[in-house]
Design a protein around this ligand. Structure first.
Ligand SMILES: NC(=O)c1ccc[n+]([C@@H]2O[C@H](COP(=O)([O-])OP(=O)(O)OC[C@H]3O[C@@H](n4cnc5c(N)ncnc54)[C@H](O)[C@@H]3O)[C@@H](O)[C@H]2O)c1
Length: 408
């Protein structure tokens, strides 16, 4: 329970999926953790007056606005929390940083490397004035994932040889599923790759402390044309790449992103890695699984059993060896002392509360939160390398170094 009088006044843009998840976290964080500042849910932004007014009421925000520039221009907002699709991340974050607001931006950081570089440069400039920024790779904050990283950092796995990461969903298996923004390159940047592949790229680099240096990739768009979403006023207004009318007389438009991305990679510490991100894994709803094999042991994390970690300790006597299931709910486990007695499990939304905890702690104490925009730029460079490799017949493609940022 926060005991301070100091407030960080939050302005959040977007009130749908991530807006709701972030609201839940901002609401909870003061009550669960003793922090050097309290989050105040000051202002929420959406473009539709009726809907954003309803969201403010439902999600617990003091006030609402229909223009994100209000958040930037107001003196009584300290933090801008960006929960919009990727096509507006750069514009909002750059304006917020220039106005001296701390920024929490959802993943992936941007739709292009150029945007991510510009955001990183702006974050570096703002840091000099004490302005902090962070990208929302929330799965880092699942206690079992944080514990995985600690096991690796403590040397319990020895030399890391293999990283095996999958993030599988099935929500667009039906070809009649409409052409929502996540299926449009100009809005989302990429498909399964940037949406869920970005998570496993960040997670595995976080856990191993190693960075991906090169990739060989294949991507596929299985369903290339989809019905326009209900309420679309016209093709031009909705779809970047044009559109057509199918045999039933329904308006359709082209899917301009990948449905699935599969790639092999090398990490700078010598590990070999495989990654698979798909929205066509029938029956898999939100199946993020990572296995890491080292010379002294292995760990396995499965998001659908997020309170558990499987650990194989090869230093134990042979007769006792085997994967053990650790229930990551003890007070000694990361973040868990603030929650419930041992064995009382937590869920998906807690990762966001932990994200807000770490962000507030950093901002209030003048430290840099992680993952930084520079860390998120590195993920963007991997996404870019995967896309380029897939375009040139899976040829080996180096991940470009995160050189000096350039303007968008
Ligand atoms: N960390 C995670 O696990 C996770 C999960 C889902 C999505 N995301 C990321 O969060 C971001 C948002 O995704 P989502 O699933 O919440 O999308 P969503 O479609 O559910 O919500 C997007 C919101 O942004 C609003 N919006 C769009 N443009 C706007 C503008 N110009 N001004 C004001 N509001 C605007 C929409 O009205 C809507 O409220 C994306 O970057 C996505 O990749 C992260």
């Amino acid at each position: 329970m926060s005991t301070t009088d100091r407030e960080l006044r939050i302005g959040m843009v977007g009130y749908a999926f991530m807006g709701a998840a972030h609201s839940q976290a901002w609401r909870t964080v003061n009550r669960v953790f003793d922090l050097p500042a309290r989050a105040r849910m000051a202002l929420i932004c959406g473009r539709d007056t009726g809907k954003v007014a309803d969201a403010a009421d439902r999600l617990g925000w003091d006030a609402y606005t229909t223009d994100w520039r209000d958040l930037i221009n107001r003196d009584d907002i300290d933090v801008v929390d960006v929960c919009t699709p990727g096509d507006s991340h750069a514009e909002i974050a750059l304006a917020a940083l220039a106005a001296g607001k701390h920024v929490l931006c959802e993943k992936p950081l941007a739709n292009t490397v150029a945007e991510a570089r510009a955001m990183t440069a702006a974050a570096d400039t703002a840091r000099v004035a004490g302005v902090r920024s962070m990208c929302g790779f929330n799965y880092r904050r699942v206690p079992a994932v944080t514990m995985m990283r600690q096991l690796v950092a403590d040397g319990r796995l020895g030399v890391i040889r293999h990283v095996r990461a999958t993030y599988l969903q099935d929500w667009i298996v039906d070809p009649q599923f409409p052409l929502v923004w996540r299926l449009q390159k100009d809005r989302a940047g990429s498909g399964a790759l940037g949406d869920i592949g970005a998570h496993i790229i960040d997670l595995t680099q976080f856990v191993t402390g190693q960075r991906i240096t090169g990739v060989s990739a294949v991507t596929e768009t299985f369903v290339k044309e989809r019905p326009l979403p209900a309420g679309s006023s016209g093709l031009a207004a909705t779809v970047d790449g044009g559109g057509s009318v199918d045999g039933n007389g329904s308006a359709t438009g082209p899917v301009t992103v990948d449905d699935a991305a599969v790639f092999v990679a090398r990490l700078d510490g010598g590990a070999l890695a495989t990654y698979e991100a798909s929205r066509f894994a029938t029956g898999r709803k939100n199946a993020l699984r990572v296995e890491i094999n080292g010379s002294l042991g292995s760990v396995v994390f499965d998001l659908e059993r997020l309170n558990e970690l499987e650990f194989y300790d090869a230093t134990r006597p042979t007769v006792e060896q085997g994967f053990s299931r650790i229930l990551v709910t003890e007070g000694e486990h990361p973040y868990m002392s603030a929650w419930w007695p041992p064995g009382h499990i937590i869920g998906y939304e807690h990762s966001f509360t932990h994200q807000m905890r770490d962000f507030i702690e950093a901002v209030a104490t003048g430290a840099d939160p992680a993952p930084s925009f520079a860390d998120a730029l590195q993920v963007q460079l991997v996404l870019d390398a995967v896309t380029r490799s897939a375009e040139i017949g899976s040829s080996w493609t180096e991940v470009s170094p995160a050189l000096a940022a350039v303007a968008v």
